[in-house]
Design a protein around this ligand. Structure first.
Ligand SMILES: N[C@@H](CCC(=O)N[C@@H](CS)C(=O)NCC(=O)O)C(=O)O
Length: 203
């Protein structure tokens, strides 16, 4: 098994954290999907990372499929709860956290366009998704110590990767001042070796 990923992808970070939490050894093949020489499309027709290549050559994408697979191949540190409703609620957190990342990535890509082609309306629309998403994450977390149930789950990992990506690419977004409960969660998550070891490299 090997993971094809970039070190800055927040979706790949989620998978790398899951591997670490579940103590699954998995070599990492670093690929920049944006480089001209990328081989990612040979693993994933969508040309995106992360991709998990299994020992029989089957490739799994995207990150949500990969983390579900990984959680099921090892009983160590289960990250999805049993039961349809509980498990769907964790996936719902993941969908929201990943959706905020999708909006943030869309802004990063828009800003990379030539100055005269950048569309402020596109940026504004995506920024509204980030703002509403953060407000919802905070409201749904409330004063509880973890995103779902009584303990650490994939909901926390997905949320931590989302907040970490905002810190990485959008230091100007003051989510820590606006949402102290999200800051408290992030402070706690950042102490975990899985989070420390997967921080994106300094730009
Ligand atoms: N929904 C996908 C998103 C993956 C994704 O967009 N990855 C980015 C890197 S952060 C990528 O590879 N982009 C290349 C492209 O869009 O061509 C997942 O969860 O894995």
């Amino acid at each position: 098994m090997k993971l094809i990923a970039s070190l800055t992808s927040p979706y790949a970070r989620k998978v790398r954290i899951v591997l670490a939490e579940k103590k699954i050894d998995c070599p990492l093949e670093i690929e920049n999907p944006w480089s001209g020489e990328t081989r990612v499309s040979g693993y994933n027709p969508l040309g995106k990372v992360p991709v998990l290549e299994l020992d029989d050559g089957m490739t799994l994408y995207d990150s949500r499929v990969i983390v579900e697979y990984l959680d099921n191949i090892s009983p160590v540190s289960r990250l999805f709860p049993d039961g349809n409703r509980q498990s769907i609620l964790v996936r719902r957190w993941e969908a929201l956290a990943d959706g905020i990342i999708d909006a943030a990535v869309a802004i990063v890509l828009e800003r990379r366009r030539p100055a005269d082609k950048i569309c402020e309306d596109v940026i504004e629309r995506q920024r509204e998704k980030i703002d509403r998403g953060l407000e919802t994450l905070s409201r749904e977390l409330g004063e509880r110590p973890w995103c779902h149930g009584d303990g650490y789950s994939l909901a926390d990992i997905a949320t931590g990767c989302c907040l970490g990506y905002l810190d990485f690419r959008f230091p100007e977004i003051a989510w820590k001042d606006d949402y102290p409960n999200l800051k408290a969660l992030q402070d706690k998550l950042q102490l975990r070796a899985s989070f420390v070891d997967t921080l994106p490299p300094a730009a």
